[in-house]
Design a protein around this ligand. Structure first.
Ligand SMILES: [Zn+2]
Length: 209
């Protein structure tokens, strides 16, 4: 587990300084900090064996080499981390078409806004769909209940985190849609909408926000 931040030029893990961040340039065009580890552990190959084997097959028929980081269909979709949602398939898109942002509950956080700002100025995004879903744990329990559940089952106090759960999913969606719409740093002319994805039928239902 990482402790602290690289603000002083290094990361502390288990009392050891691991290294300083270095600047690298991703193919998407953004410079990001990448940690150059001075202390490393072997990749846990056994835990990821099925992934690496599947990827070996994937690359044999890979057909997206020509894509750029620009969203070809001008869309960013903010949805939940729920494993039942395949965002591109839901809306008839494919690799290269859209930016996909995911977190618990499809909530608009500071990091979502940060990412949308970049996407709307530099990566071709002109419309944003915020898409929470039915049967979402983040919309069925209060903040206090989630903290209490983790504490009871694992003995860990997570009260320093804000999980942004809600008992009013539609209200939260309206809040989030309008938070994006009114965010002053977002590029002009971006269309923002909200919809609920039904995990039982695959249907999305647009919501007036
Ligand atoms: Zn969810």
């Amino acid at each position: 587990m990482l402790v602290g931040t690289p603000l002083d030029g290094g990361i502390i893990q288990d009392g050891r300084r691991l290294g300083k961040p270095e600047l690298c340039l991703h193919t998407c065009g953004f410079s990001v900090n990448r940690l150059k580890w001075t202390t490393m552990s072997a990749f846990p190959a056994d835990s990821f064996k099925d992934l690496t084997e599947a990827n070996a097959e994937y690359v044999k028929s890979f057909k997206y080499s020509e894509l750029t980081g620009v969203a070809q269909r001008g869309l960013a979709i903010v949805t939940c981390m729920d494993s039942r949602i395949n965002p591109l398939s839901v809306i008839g898109m494919r690799s290269g078409d859209a930016k996909i942002l995911r977190n618990a509950g499809a909530r608009v956080t500071e990091d979502v806004l940060r990412t949308l700002v970049l996407a709307t100025y530099l990566l071709g995004v002109k419309r944003i769909l915020i898409m929470p879903h039915t049967d979402c744990r983040m919309a069925e329990n209060s903040e206090e209940e989630i903290h209490a559940t983790i504490d009871e089952q694992f003995g860990v106090n997570t009260s320093s985190l804000e999980f942004r759960t809600t008992n009013d999913q539609l209200g939260a969606l309206a809040t989030d849609v309008n938070r994006v719409r009114s965010y002053p740093l977002l590029n002009k002319g971006v269309s923002v909408g909200g919809a609920i994805y039904d995990v039982k039928t695959g249907a999305i239902t647009p919501v007036d926000c």
